[in-house]
Design a protein around this ligand. Structure first.
Ligand SMILES: Cc1ncc(C[n+]2csc(CCOP(=O)(O)OP(=O)(O)O)c2C)c(N)n1
Ligand SMILES: [Mg+2]
Length: 334
């Protein structure tokens, strides 16, 4: 077993974490990674068309945040949405078949990668316009506050989106009305091809709510336990009626911005270094093995289980028929 160098990881190995919890996070993160790898393959085979933004590298963000939620909490995100859907329990078959544009997809093959929803899982998309989901997220939180149902909304956006005007209009209203919304800034260091240092005057994005009186904190997004702890704190703040909270979750994407990215803005070495030293799945794997919670064979069995789930999703996404022509006339405003 290789010993990893992960000097920035703050959570003490195995501290206050049960074996079952660690195994759960391992499974969930691995599902996202393998699902995304498969989506990348299907894209390469021409089975997925249009835009497709993979979440590989960022898995600990959604898995850690979701770990602290309860039934009824809501989530809304950008186009980089496959991981969010899997983490809140949406069916991998339905997600994959949507990617291939088939009838069995969650939007019956008409939405594709960036446009899926689930009322059942309180997942509100899937939005292709950068930042557009943030005011919508505040709207969801407004509804929860109005209905007094104790729900909390996670509104996710990227480091690039964090420089948009509509974010700050939303911050103002969310603070004014003390809305139960957690603004999650997934800082993967790049907006499409622009490094944060080239685009952003004040890179400490967690401080961006100061002008509105919204507290925020930075979180190590490669450490699922640190993310979960931050999520618990933010949720407690929101549920107690104190208004919005900002989490800047520092993460990294391993693949290109989308499938058509020549990735000239960073070196292979940079990506390789983070994969080797900071990978979130390897981190939990180490905690499991070093803590004596699992053996190599146990983890191999989980890898196998996940492979089966992902292969079944891929098969389904190829076998499901294309939507019928009549579908052109459904789900539209007239
Ligand atoms: C309003 C708008 N402007 C530009 C684009 C093109 N665009 C798509 S993604 C993106 C970068 C966003 O980066 P970031 O917010 O960091 O999210 P990430 O892709 O890193 O998850 C841009 C400029 C868009 N979709 N919508
Ligand atoms: Mg980004």
């Amino acid at each position: 077993m290789a010993t990893r160098k992960n000097p920035e990881t703050k959570s003490a190995p195995g501290a206050n974490v049960s074996k079952d919890e660690l195994l759960k996070y391992y499974r969930e993160m691995l599902l996202i990674r393998r699902f995304e790898e498969k989506a990348g393959q299907l894209y390469g085979m021409g089975l997925i068309g249009g835009f497709c933004h993979l979440y590989i590298g960022q898995e600990a963000v959604v898995v850690g945040l979701e770990a602290a939620t309860r039934e009824g909490d809501k989530r809304i995100t950008s186009y980089r949405d496959h991981g969010h859907m899997l983490a809140c329990g949406m069916d991998p078959k339905g997600v994959m078949a949507e990617l291939t544009g088939r009838e069995g997809g969650l939007s019956r093959g008409k939405g594709g990668s960036m446009h899926m929803f689930s009322k059942e899982k309180h997942f509100y998309g899937g939005h292709g316009i950068v930042g557009a989901q943030v005011p919508l997220g505040a709207g969801l939180a407004f509804a929860d506050k109005y209905l007094e149902n104790g729900g909390v909304t996670f509104a996710y956006f990227g480091d690039g989106a964090a420089n948009q005007g509509q974010i700050y209009e939303t911050f103002n209203m969310a603070a004014l009305w003390k809305l139960p919304v957690i603004f999650v800034i997934e800082n993967n260091q790049y907006a499409m091809g622009t490094a944060q240092r080239r685009s952003t005057s004040t890179p400490e994005l967690y401080t961006r709510g100061q002008a509105f009186g919204i507290p925020g904190e930075p979180v190590d997004g490669m450490d699922v336990l640190a993310v979960k702890a931050a999520s618990e704190k933010a949720i407690a703040h929101c549920r107690s009626g104190e208004g919005p909270y900002i989490l800047e979750v520092k993460t990294y994407r391993y693949r290109g911005h989308s499938m058509s990215d020549p990735a000239k803005y960073r070196t292979r070495e940079e990506v390789q270094k983070i994969r080797e030293e900071r990978d979130a799945i390897e981190h939990v794997r180490d905690l499991l093995l070093n803590g004596g919670h699992a053996t190599d064979d146990d983890l191999k069995a989980i890898d196998k289980e996940i492979k089966v789930i992902v292969n079944e999703a891929a098969e389904f996404s190829k076998e499901s028929p294309e939507p019928a022509l009549e579908e052109l006339w459904t789900d539209i405003y007239a």
